[in-house]
Structure formats: structure tokens, C-alpha cells
Design a protein around this ligand. Sequence first.
Ligand code: MN
Length: 257
Amino acid sequence: MSTLANLASALAAGRIEVIDLTHTLDPDFPVIILPPEFGQCARFRMEEVSAYDHRGPAWKWNNISMSEHTGTHFDAPSHWISGRDVPLGSVDEIPAENFVGPVCVIDCSAETAQDEDFLMTPAHIEAWEAKHGPIPAGAWVLMRTDWSKRSGAAYLNMAQDGPHSPGPSAEAIRFLIDARDITGFGTECVGTDAGQGMHLSPPYPAHFILHGAGKYGLQCLANLDRLPPTGAVLIAAPLKIKNGTGSPLRVLAMVET
Ligand code: MN
């Protein structure tokens, strides 16, 4: 049997489960809030065009609007100034094969339960690799924090000095790129960087380093607690927006049961 025929029969028999890592697009889902002097990210909005009525007797449909960076979404290299000259740096240009790949899930939920400003370091990654093996080149690396189980104000977790949420250190991102050549890095939080990432060096290191190296980000992921540490395959294909810097998307993982 061919590899794909094997895959199809495993899916049909339930030996491979498809897990949805996506939050529902909803006007109430939080978006990142920047200091007031900056432009702001739009929430999801839906406007009914018709609903089997005089505006369209046999059909129902809606117009929708949002930011490229609303809800569960993909960050392309062109999102950050460090990646603005990266070849194939916008969502419409990225080669489609980069949207499918192996995924490693680093569970930081115990640490983040104790410290909402937790920063994942290379030591955490190496401790994970000692148990689960090296992160393969081309992998997606997802940082599990259980942040997706929060809702409302606790999700952004804003304080007087800005948001407080976990993320990777600059050294961790450099390690994942230079030593492991990952495809991208994903989080459950509203950004790939920690809430206080503006105070790191460089500021917002995940954005700066990932996108400067032509790598991708995923944020607002859900259900990471349903993934094994290794062995799943991620499918994360953004909308093909011309010159788009990111896109809401449906993120799926195939997992062997
Ligand atoms: Mn983004």
C-alpha cells in the first residue's frame, strides 16, 4: 500500500485522530492590546448579509472582518521589521510544504502555573530532549502553558505595567533556530513572546529572531494538552492574502491513537 493509502485507511479506522488546535472566531475572543500610541488589532466581527429572508430567500451568509492577527493565527516573516526583506516572507509567498510538518510539544504548564512570566530557556529544551529525543529539523515547536484554558481578562492578564504571560527567552529561540533549524514556534498566548517581552533583549525576541530568520509563529493555540510530546503532524496553512503578514487559520494535528 502507498504511504498515503496507509494514511487514509488509518484515518478511516480511527488509528489517527485529527485534533483541532484552534479557538472559535468570536467577537469576544481577546486580541493583543498595544500601548495607546500605536495602531490596534481589530477583533473578529460578523455582519449578516441574508438569512433565508428577503435579502436572500434560499441562502444564509455573513460578511466578516478582522485583523490578520486575530484569534488563532499565523505570523509570517514580514510581520516583523527584522523579516521585512526575507525572501518569500508574506503568507501568499510561503511554500505550501512549510505548512505541514512534525510537531514537538514542550510542556511548561507546571512552571507557568507557578510563574505567569515564566521564560522557557535552552536548559528547559535540552531537558525535554533528554527525555524525548532531539527536535528534528523542520519541526514546529509548541510551548504548552495551558494558557488556552483561561478566558476573559485572565487571558491577556493586563496589569499596570502591561500584560503578564509566559513565552520563550531570546536564547531559547536562537537555540531552536541555530541548533535545531525549526520551521516555526507556537504558543497558547496572544503572541509568541512573553507578555513582558518588550523588556527582553532584543525586545520581543521571538518575533525579532524567528521572523529575521524566515521562521513562522503560531499563537492563540488550544488543546496542546491533547498532543503527545512527539509524533504528531501539524497542518497550519494561513489564508493566501496578497502581501499578508499573518492570517487566522485552522490549525490541525494528526495524532496516532
Ligand atoms: Mn501575530
